[in-house]
Design a protein around this ligand. Structure first.
Ligand code: NJP
Length: 245
């Protein structure tokens, strides 16, 4: 029987790549984000390849929107087995430029969004005494980089939350928790960097190495969710080879 996976931030990048990989491997995917047109395009692509996808317009910063989306998915597919907490943003800047609005947006999406989605999905996983939560942290959740301080703070928070979830939920409900820590992945993430200095830095980095693709991260997630029920892949740290870290 197909497992049901909800993927937040599925309208581009890692989320879209993960949706394609999971759908190609027999999972039914709930693809969630704000841009419903992009989700419908992805749904068509998955359907044409023989997979099954359900598009959900969702803003992860709004607990009601998340709850409604999860209910829609469960109504369509009967249950939910896997949550991929992937939605996130990274508008880099120096702390001293005080882009407080950008800091707050990162906290709202990268941290509160993960908490909202987890809270909406957890009752179903507890009820069935199984499930898997995949959190998208980062190489920036292992080390602080200049210009990424607030982003790093959000990704360190996700690493900590993943450990706490695993500690509390794995022994009691057999719910597995995986923290994914990618290096550089070629996605729209870099398009939202407002500071030209950091945009240039990222463009230079892209010239120095072949970035990962969303599908590469999707394959890491597929590995974690395909293990037998008694195996918890706790962390996946996956980098472009040339990032050499
Ligand atoms: O970026 P991008 P990635 N509610 O911009 C969605 C982490 N990561 O795939 O709502 C719901 O292509 C947005 O959808 P939309 C990174 O921190 C990346 O690279 O339609 N969804 C879009 O689908 C992030 O956690 C790299 O605009 C919201 C998605 O988020 C995750 O990977 C390295 C939303 C962003 O897709 C995916 O990022 C690393 C909201 N309020 C970690 N706001 C990397 N790319 O190098 C945004 O270590 N979204």
């Amino acid at each position: 029987q197909s497992k049901i996976a909800l993927i937040t931030g599925a309208s581009s990048g890692i989320g879209a790549g993960t949706a394609k990989v999971l759908a190609a491997n027999g999972f039914k995917v709930g693809i969630a984000a704000r841009r419903i047109d992009k989700l419908n395009e992805l749904k068509n692509e998955i359907t044409l390849s023989g997979g099954e996808a359900f598009a959900i317009q969702m803003d992860v910063t709004d607990p009601e929107s998340v709850k409604r989306g999860v209910e829609e998915l469960v109504a369509a597919y009967g249950t939910i087995d896997i949550l991929v907490n992937n939605a996130g943003l990274m508008p880099l800047s120096d702390i001293e430029s005080l882009k407080v609005d950008e800091w707050n947006r990162m906290i709202d999406v990268n941290i509160k969004g993960v908490l909202n989605s987890t809270a909406a999905v957890l009752p179903y996983l507890k009820e069935q005494n199984s499930g898997h939560i995949i959190n998208m942290s980062s190489i920036a959740g292992r080390k602080v980089f200049k210009g990424l301080s607030i982003y790093c703070a959000t990704k360190f928070a996700i690493a900590a939350f993943s450990d706490g979830l695993r500690m509390e939920l794995a022994p009691k409900f057999k719910i597995r928790v995986t923290n994914i820590q990618p290096g550089a992945v070629a996605t729209e993430l870099y398009d939202h960097i407002s500071d030209p200095k950091y945009r240039d830095d990222m463009e230079q980095l892209a010239k120095q190495m072949t970035f990962l693709t969303g599908e590469d991260i999707g394959n890491s997630i597929l590995y974690a969710v395909s293990q037998p029920a008694h195996v918890n892949v706790s962390e996946v740290f996956v980098l472009p080879t040339e990032q050499g870290w």
